[in-house]
Write a new protein. Structure first.
Length: 46
């Protein structure tokens, strides 16, 4: 059986017009781990 690969993001950026919500985000989630992205409404979490 092969090992389950984690979710991985590297260099993620998101902008709305001239507003940079996130820039250069790296994230990895291994099996069994939990992560939360928090912030105010309209901050670009989706």
């Amino acid at each position: 059986m092969s090992e389950i690969q984690p979710l991985a993001l590297s260099g993620l950026s998101k902008a709305f017009g001239g507003l940079h919500a996130v820039a250069g985000v790296d994230l990895s989630v291994r099996p069994g781990e939990r992560r939360a992205i928090i912030g105010p409404n309209g901050a670009g979490k989706t």
